[in-house]
Design a protein around this ligand. Sequence first.
Ligand code: G3H
Ligand code: ZN
Length: 314
Amino acid sequence: MSVVTMKKMLSSALKGKYLVPAFNVFNTETLIAVLEGASELHSPVIVQLSMGGRQYVRNPIKFLAYMKSMAMDYDIPVAFNHDHCPTPSAAIEAMKMGFSGVMFDGSPLSFNENIKETERVVKAAGDYDVAVEAELGRIPGFEDLVFSGHAEYTDPEAALKFVLETNCTSLAISAGTSHGGVMAEDYLPFSFEVLKSIHEKLPSFPLVLHGAASLPPDLIDRVNKLGGTVPYMRNCAESDIAKCGELGICKANMDVDNFLCFTEGVRRNLLEHSDLYDPRKYLEDGEKGFKQEVMHKIANVSHTVSKAWSEKGK
Ligand code: G3H
Ligand code: ZN
């Protein structure tokens, strides 16, 4: 058993007061890294495909079918969510593909426009019994095809009104994290005050964090010592993200750190084996790096080791 719906995944996280790590994947290596990493730690996990991932895999319907069939080999709860759909039509396409959760990102719109468009997505989702993750507030930074130049923390009162009017399943909020990090001297401050006020307004409602990767400088150092020129961007500290599960955050998207670890594995392998030309050999090291980071996040950020449940026989 293993594929569960996003609604089930979120309700279990809400009840258990923990956040489920959500990882974007885009090929066999990253998918296996997530499934193996989560399985070895008996952790629930959310696997995502972004709009860029949709393009990269060429046929997202077949890739999702492949992901679901691979997930059946691991006895942990795995849910599949489509990340950052920029329009209602893209979100509805994702529902038709078979994702049990879609994120409609209406955050660039005005408050009322965001409500109107999110309502459209939620209404359509009813036909597919799909969970809709909406977003309110602005998260700075660049991730996949999403860019925002400034942060706008989510207003707790507005969050309550938004959820009541749209009936969305979960809400991505802005409280300090950034997509892909921003230029800064130190870790970004996370506003527990904002999160606590939103959680107080919506005590039994799943909240979501985007941009939950931390971009630790030593990780960027490791990649750059292998020939990389990755800029030293900063995000919120893992220790801050780790505290959010108790405050209503049920899902946290974290990608960049895993991408950096994949890149480190490939760079190191190619540097140490300049005679190598079999892609399986260096991609394997990328997969290993990605998997190690997935396990690191599960053990140190989501704290979901052994929280996997089995639906066998249910
Ligand atoms: O939607 C994806 C996440 O928000 C990724 O952000 O890579 O900065 O953690 P991150
Ligand atoms: Zn995001």
